[in-house]
Ligand binder design. Structure first.
Ligand code: COA
Length: 379
């Protein structure tokens, strides 16, 4: 057995998956063979969920009945809502609140306690319920902490549109609903990223779907993963507030040894294809509002980082200014990432249960080999 350490598991292949593939040199991403550009332009988030969970794109009837089954599951139990209320009133971190509440959903899931952890259909139902309820939880949390009452989900709206409706208390216009739906499509799956991998580790112990998704939410929250999107916007705001040149700001940050959020990626060696699409959206939203400053600032930072560090933007870089221009609160960006990526988590958890082996790597031991035990009173 080799003791070679692969720090961060870089390049290690630990599973087969039919869900998504990244070609890091070509800057290509596919979900089950479909190019991300085509899905972003043509498919709704519900179609992508169906594709990830059922293996093929739905026809009209299949999509209608799938969307209906998702919409049916949007409401959360009163007890769950009161926990959301308590967390919001305690000014909890939104990702911590989401993690706690998703964990709590297991107690109210009709399938949870009695079903075999390897029951595929039950796991799919649980995954669907969690995915349907996450937007309700995020929107209620944000409204309550702002002193507003939560807005009941509507069954007649699509997943993306209903979320914006619950968040703002009014139906979004078509451009906002479509942009948000596209952002959900772009974030839905991405190979064995850290949060997906943690969901797989949890399910490999035959722990349930709720536990796996709860693990994934905790992993997504960190600034090196999903937490980067809100830090990108904080950076842009800081540059703007100080009326500074963005390139100067970045140079100073790098001199202090800091990382520039939204830049670099473990798998892509060139620009992330999702960043290209979101960059266009950020520019379009700026043009529509008559102010492209956030986009321009981002482009200046992108060009500098590319030239000086050879680092290109990842998905979080332009999602930040896109969400900001849509009026979404900054600390809700990472929960929104979870709201989309849960589709991939559920897909990978289903794959894991389907061909399970406990995930259990080893560490190279670097501690002392042998020490003589000294009794407590003699130390
Ligand atoms: N800003 C500045 N330097 C960066 C950087 C960034 N965003 N990303 C990587 N680097 C540098 C590191 O400092 C390191 O330099 P060194 O070898 O001189 O120490 C080198 O590039 C390799 O970094 P490493 O952390 O080993 O690469 P990784 O593959 O483990 O990291 C990320 C991938 C995504 C964690 C990393 O690029 C990062 O921290 N990005 C910012 C956070 C982010 O946007 N996360 C969202 C990812 S989708």
């Amino acid at each position: 057995m080799s003791d070679e350490v692969k720090k961060g598991l870089e390049g290690v292949v630990v599973a087969e998956s039919a869900l998504s593939h990244i070609d890091g040199d070509a800057g290509k991403l596919i979900y089950r063979g479909y190019a991300i550009e085509d899905l972003a332009r043509e498919a709704s988030y519900e179609e992508v969920l169906y594709l990830l969970w059922h293996g093929s794109l739905p026809n009209r009837d299949e999509l209608d009945s799938f969307s209906e089954s998702m919409a049916d599951e949007r409401s959360v139990d009163e007890d769950v809502l009161s926990t959301v209320r308590r967390l919001a009133e305690a000014d909890a971190d939104p990702m911590a609140a989401l993690q706690t509440t998703v964990s709590m959903l297991s107690a109210y899931d009709p399938d949870d306690s009695e079903t075999d952890p390897e029951d595929y259909e039950a796991n799919l139902r649980k995954g669907r319920r969690i995915t349907a309820k996450i937007p309700t939880i995020i929107a209620a949390f944000d409204r309550i902490r702002n002193g507003d009452e939560p807005v009941e989900p509507r069954e007649d709206l699509g997943h993306a549109e209903n979320f914006l409706y619950m968040l703002n208390g009014e139906e979004p216009d078509e451009v906002l609903a479509e942009t948000f739906d596209m952002a959900l499509v772009l974030h839905a799956d991405h190979g064995l990223n850290a949060s997906t991998f943690s969901s797989m580790v949890t399910s490999s112990t035959l722990s349930g779907v709720h536990s796996a998704i709860t693990s994934a939410i905790g992993t997504l929250a960190g600034p090196l993963h999903g937490g980067a999107n809100q830090n990108v916007m904080k950076m842009l705001k800081e540059v703007d507030d100080a009326d500074q040149d963005p390139v100067e700001w970045v140079k100073n940050a790098l001199d202090r040894g800091e990382r520039v959020m939204g830049m670099g990626h473990r798998v892509y060696n060139i620009k992330d294809p999702r960043a290209k699409i979101l960059g266009e959206k950020s520019e379009e939203l700026g043009e529509a509002a008559g102010d492209t400053k956030w986009y321009e600032m981002s482009v200046a930072i992108e060009e500098y980082m590319q030239e000086e560090k050879g680092l290109a933007p990842n998905v979080d870089f332009y999602s930040a200014s896109t969400y900001y221009q849509m009026g979404i609160p900054i600390d809700v960006y990472t929960p929104i990432f979870a709201m989309s990526r849960v589709g991939g988590w559920v897909g990978h958890v289903l794959e894991q249960y389907d061909d399970n082996r406990l995930i259990r790597p080893r560490a190279k031991y670097v501690g002392p080999e042998s020490q003589e035990f000294v009794p407590l009173d003699e130390r």
